[in-house]
Structure formats: structure tokens, C-alpha cells
Design a protein around this ligand. Sequence first.
Ligand code: SF4
Length: 335
Amino acid sequence: MTPFAYDRAPSLAAAVASRARHRSDGVWDAGADFFAGGTDLVQLMRESLRNPDRVVDITALPGLDQIEDRGSSVRLGALVRMSDAASHTLVRDHYPVVTEALLASASAQVRNLATLGGNLLQRTRCGYFRDPGSPCNKREPGSGCPAIQGQNRFHAIFGGSEHCIATYAGDLANALAALDATVTIAGPQGERAILVTELHRPPGATPAVETQLAPGELITAIDVPADRRGWRSHYLKIRDRASFEWSIASAAVALDLDGGVVRDVRIAVGGVATTPWRLPQVEAALRGRRLTPELARGATALAAEGAVPHGRNLYKVELIRRTVARALEEIGGLA
Ligand code: SF4
């Protein structure tokens, strides 16, 4: 690990001021990194994949470790630990998709340490990205993407580019995407809120730029709309082993049923795309119709529309259809 300086930010303003160094193309420079749970950052630093010259500890920032009912939303502070959010009554009782996504993530030990904000920003698990000896456009812009012709069993069938096909690794963001949740971001220009679905950027020609966060910005809170409380919701994660594993496909479904008719629905999938990925074509096929096994089968057959497989990940085309179908059947009482 490369030696680094350690600062503990006493306030949000100090934290923002401490980390405004990006290269002119928007790529994070080696400068300072924020530290909260550290579960991903420390791993990246140990493997010399991130070499910040300063780590700014934000765990003492006041007010960011609370979960509160704000009337129009439930607000989850960015420093809330994953395990605390999963078991909180406001989350567990009203947004089961969030609790299920959190409990399907990592291990109990990691969930006790990792924060919600950090979890949203976790880096990809692409093996080439995690291998300092491999070229990788995300880690070293312009060095190439060996995954496109190489070991791509775990890679994306949605949202990729000729420069990168790495999947977004998280679960929580998919659940939040299905609830139309927003993230509040603090930065040098003040505060702003964006949808969770807008937070992550598809790789395009600049895979190293992974989110919409501008220099110095950090996530302070997540707001889940209160009007989703009456909806059924469910997270289904498919993975190679039952615990402590990233998904090869996952589906977050939020369903507003009115006497068996789909009044509204949101579906977001993970493990198959470069960002949390909504399926508007499946939602449109379901909306306003009576939920039956036939409707579920017909609608979820559209789940792989637009998929671009790359050889070893061809299996994900059928897998994502079946994952979405099963999640919908389970939540709709059809299973
Ligand atoms: Fe790097 Fe993306 Fe290619 Fe993986 S898929 S090697 S992260 S550029």
C-alpha cells in the first residue's frame, strides 16, 4: 500500500473542501479519497488500484447516520450502516425490496461496517479492473478492455460500450431504482438531488467516469418516496453461491396492485448492466392489465430486449428473463 495522509473532516463543508481535485477530464485524480466504511476503498488501496495521497474520514460528519420519516419520504443518511438500514422498521415494513437487497449483499461483517453512500459508489468487480497487471480502460484510460474478447462471463449485456462492459456490482441501488428514490449530493456549489437512476453513468468513451458526482461532491442522503409504502416489493438475486457473492442477475420489482390489476410497476435489474437498469418495456406491458401467469410470462419475455452479449455472458439473456419472471411471480402471488 502506498503511504497516505489521514484527515478526519469535522464538518460537511470541510469534507467538501478537502476533495475537489479531479483531472480536467473529470476522472478522479490520485488526490484525496473519502473514507466511511472503507470496505471497498481499503481493498482497492491494498491492491494499489487506488493510491490516494490523502484519505478524508467522513464518519464524524453530524446528522448523516440517521433514518427519519420526513412525511413525503423516508430519509436514509449516507453514513447509515447497511445492517442498520436493513433492520430499521421504516425500511423493513414499508420497503421490503431495500431490506432484501441489503441482506443479499456481502456478508454480515461487511454490512455492519459498510455505509449506504459507500455501497452506492462501490467499484466494479471486473477481474481485469481488480488486477493491477491487466490493461483496463476504467483504471487506466486508453489502455484497452481485455474483457470484450476475454473472460466476460460476469459482464454486462446492457449499457456497455466498445471501451467497457463491466457490470455495476451493487444491489441496493437496484432496489432504490425500482422505488424512484433520489440521492442528495453536497458539493462546492451547494446541495442538489437526483434520481438514483441518474447517479451512475454508462461507460461510453470514458469508463473511468462512473457517476454524476462532480469534483468535491459527496452523497449525504437517500430519499425513498412515501407514496411507495403501499406497494409490494421484492428483490431476487441470482449468484454462483448463496452468500458473500455478487449477482450474475438480479431483479428489483415494485408493484402497485389494485384488485389484481397492475396500477403501476417499476422493475430494475442488476448483474447484467453497467448501471442499475430499468426495464420500461416490461413495465409498459404490465401496466393497467390484470396480473396473470400468462401476462407475466409475456411481459417478462421482453426483459432482454436490446441485450448485447459478448460470448461467455450469452447465458444472461435467458437468465434475466427468468429472473424477472420469477421475481414478478413471487411478488404477484403467482408462484
Ligand atoms: Fe476494465 Fe471495463 Fe474492460 Fe473490465 S470491462 S477490463 S473494467 S474497461
